[in-house]
Design a binder for this molecule. Sequence first.
Ligand SMILES: CC(C)(COP(=O)(O)OP(=O)(O)OC[C@H]1O[C@@H](n2cnc3c(N)ncnc32)[C@H](O)[C@@H]1OP(=O)(O)O)[C@@H](O)C(=O)NCCC(=O)NCCS
Length: 450
Amino acid sequence: MIRDLGDGLVLRAATAADGDTLAAFVGDVLRVQDGDEPNRHLAAWTRDLQQARHPSFRPGDTTLVTDTRTGAIASCLHLISQTWTYGGVPIGVGQPELIGTRPAYRGRGLVRAQFDVVHGWSAERGHRMQAIAGIPWFYRQFGYELAIERGGGPRVRRDALGPLPLPPPGWRVRPATVEDAPLLAEQSATADARGLVSVPRDAALWRYELAGHSADSAPRREVRILERDGEPAGYVASGIEAFGGALVVTAFEVRPGVSWREAWTAALAPLFEAGDALAAGTPAGRCIALSFWLLGRDHPLYRVVHFQERDDGYALYARVSDVPAFLRAVTPALERRLAVSACAGHTGSLTLGFYRAGVRLAFERGKVTAIEPWTVDVDVRGIEFGRPSSDPRRPLAMFPDLTFLQLLYGFRALAEIEAAFPDCIVRTGEARALLEALFPKAPSSVWPMV
Ligand SMILES: CC(C)(COP(=O)(O)OP(=O)(O)OC[C@H]1O[C@@H](n2cnc3c(N)ncnc32)[C@H](O)[C@@H]1OP(=O)(O)O)[C@@H](O)C(=O)NCCC(=O)NCCS
């Protein structure tokens, strides 16, 4: 037992023996909105995790609250450890997932108590940040901000396309096998390099994606290799559910030197065929659209295909409990960005105030020489108007709450944050130039390794 929560409830880590009960619990509690049926895809995912199939997850990485009077599970949370990259720098990430509380136990702080525990585990594992793909607002209560791009890509309706094109000569599409893992690792690295935040997959992780998930598990993808003249020319990945008759395409990549336009034409018919297979037996009956939502706001495909429809983007939650430590860890990425900006070779210091906390960055000829915690001195004279000041105890830029994370992850441009939050204030032109150089708005493509 980790903690006695009183009233007959205890918080403990799961063991392999909890697997089936947990899977049934998750399937029941995390059904789709207003759903009548348990969610078999999330149940299968939970079972996979509890069977220790995932390369960096063990049953003990789950917290459970059980009711000792009945032995039943009241609430659960899974912490999935991964390595992501930020500007090409590897970063340890803990992703809390599959979080749910049975209705009779809600609003009693059971999820809050589990976050207390897993945030401690995550820190012990050296994670620099935590991330969640989660429901609106709720996770803000535990120190999270919606700060990393998720979704916002286009969709294509079948009826807008007319007859599907034949593949260009020499093209063929086939299912990927584990033998393709090294090739997929090489090609996904090209895709990862386009995003500020990415989740790199080496051949071993690709083997897990191809053969590690059980057939029904929510994160499983169907991966297909695009071949031209018998040679691999790219790949396309899609989800295992047809939501509202739409096949969700989660990755689309083409080797350097290969035509994106040809790859697109080659992939269309096989994707609708795959969608038809998934949509059979659902109310839609057949695949009525391809959704590229998860490809995000920017993707090479959008430059060769004119998409007319787009669904609004959402965001991943991020939590960074120690901003100075995070910035220190990604110093190479910061220095690279500075070097290609108009502030290249900068010498000076940048103080950022988060109202209750802050950080100071020091630069010497374009190199970072210090990144340290910094706090606003409350003894300064007079009212804060955000105007230029010769008093170095005032921060050069101010960000309310966790809004700095939106800038850090390239989710919003500085000007967008200033427009949305009047108490986001940049005091000097130099601070503005530095912030824009270090933290430009940038696309991210995060396919978590879950
Ligand atoms: C969302 C859910 C996990 C919350 O579980 P819970 O055990 O009630 O959460 P907690 O009691 O620890 O919540 C912490 C606080 O948020 C409040 N809260 C609970 N659900 C909330 C919600 N949906 N929105 C906003 N606040 C909520 C609680 O009252 C509590 O407030 P307090 O700190 O002032 O006492 C639960 O409602 C659930 O299982 N929902 C269905 C499945 C789901 O959506 N899971 C999340 C998928 S990402």
